[in-house]
Design a protein around this ligand. Structure first.
Ligand SMILES: NC(=O)c1ccc[n+]([C@@H]2O[C@H](COP(=O)([O-])OP(=O)(O)OC[C@H]3O[C@@H](n4cnc5c(N)ncnc54)[C@H](OP(=O)(O)O)[C@@H]3O)[C@@H](O)[C@H]2O)c1
Length: 316
């Protein structure tokens, strides 16, 4: 994975580039170009999900870059996620096979349980206009995990992990699994440092991936009921740190995670931003600047998922 930037070795023994391209809310026609621009810029890690409805275009872009000779399949780390309406162990494989077919791949590098929250098979909890409780399902995420493990045995997923798991949920999963979760992907940025969770993951050899690391400035209403959250990329301390290094606030936020040993997957469909977000390999933040960023923690969750607050596995 030459040129991929810093990498981590997962508990599965596989290497994962820490910096990847996020694709949530990237429209199909935009994500195709975004992935191609990202691969040209040096990204070797792409994050998608069944529910993003863009896996076909993500896969098409990867396929073309392989055909061009720019990369080989093994050079690019592809993550996708099991949608919450496939949480019953007997449905896990179905969701995986749909993602593989759409991506046009024989395997993914990382397959994540998208969330411990589980919903009825076939339901769309985000489109559901009524009471969210009508679509809740009673599935233990430890049972979902039992549907994930065979995917590794079959070679369909090189590594498996989780997303949106809190410390208690992870602790229980770690105690009740055959294959340990390699990754936990959660919201993480200076306003939501989650140091306790990060420390627990480090101790248990679980790599943390930061989502919404730029503060998710284009957050859809379904993910939050708040309207007055501060804009992370406009935080004066972050902007001031950037000025010292000749970098933007976005670049400081990305470098912050890399310097903490955390993976980060900024989303963009704008070519200049995709390139700029990767242009973070030529500096690192001083101890003092890292401490300043750590000091901004205010437990602010942009994606608070309030709509599902009555779910038994909330809060994540
Ligand atoms: N597991 C989960 O439950 C979960 C939840 C949320 C996100 N994720 C993953 O994490 C990825 C990142 O999180 P996110 O999409 O929520 O938010 P994010 O990466 O914090 O922010 C993305 C937004 O920032 C803008 N942006 C990107 N680079 C910029 C720059 N250099 N300057 C100014 N604005 C910039 C993008 O706009 P343009 O695209 O218009 O350039 C987009 O609106 C997702 O795409 C997804 O892959 C996972």
């Amino acid at each position: 994975m030459a040129g991929a930037g810093p990498t981590a070795v997962l508990s599965s023994g596989k290497k994962m580039p820490l910096l990847g391209l996020g694709t949530w809310q990237s429209k199909a026609e935009e994500v195709y170009n975004a992935v191609k621009v990202a691969i040209d810029a040096g990204y070797r890690h792409i994050d998608t999900a069944w529910v993003y409805k863009n896996e076909k275009e993500v896969g098409q872009a990867i396929k073309e870059k392989i055909a061009e000779g720019k990369i080989k399949r093994e050079d690019v780390f592809v993550t996708t996620k099991l949608f919450t309406a496939f949480s019953r162990p007997e449905h896990v494989r179905e969701c995986m096979m749909q993602s593989l077919a759409d991506l046009g791949l024989d395997y993914v590098d990382l397959y994540l349980i998208h969330s411990p929250l589980c919903f009825k098979y076939g339901s769309n909890p985000f489109a559901h206009a009524g009471n969210p409780e009508e679509v809740y399902d009673e599935v233990d995420y430890v049972d979902t995990w039992k549907g994930m493990e065979p995917l590794v045995d079959e070679g369909l997923a090189k590594s498996i992990g989780v997303s949106n798991f809190n410390k208690q949920q992870l602790e229980r999963l770690v105690q009740n699994c055959r294959i340990k979760p390699a990754v936990n992907q959660v919201e993480l940025h200076p306003y939501l440092a989650q140091q306790d969770l990060v420390d627990f993951c480090k101790k248990n050899n679980i790599l943390v991936t930061a989502y919404s690391g730029l503060g998710a400035p284009a957050l859809p209403k379904m993910m939050s009921n708040k309207t007055d959250d501060p804009v992370l990329m406009e935080d004066p301390s972050i902007v001031a740190i950037g000025k010292k290094y000749g970098k933007s606030a976005a670049q400081v936020l990305i470098r912050y995670q890399l310097d903490r040993g955390v993976s980060v997957i900024p989303k963009s469909v704008t070519p200049s931003r995709i390139q700029a977000n990767f242009d973070v390999m030529n500096f690192s933040l001083s101890k003092e600047d890292l401490a300043t960023l750590a000091g901004l923690d205010r437990n602010l969750r942009y994606l608070n998922g309030e709509r599902f607050s009555t779910h038994k596995y909330y809060p994540y």
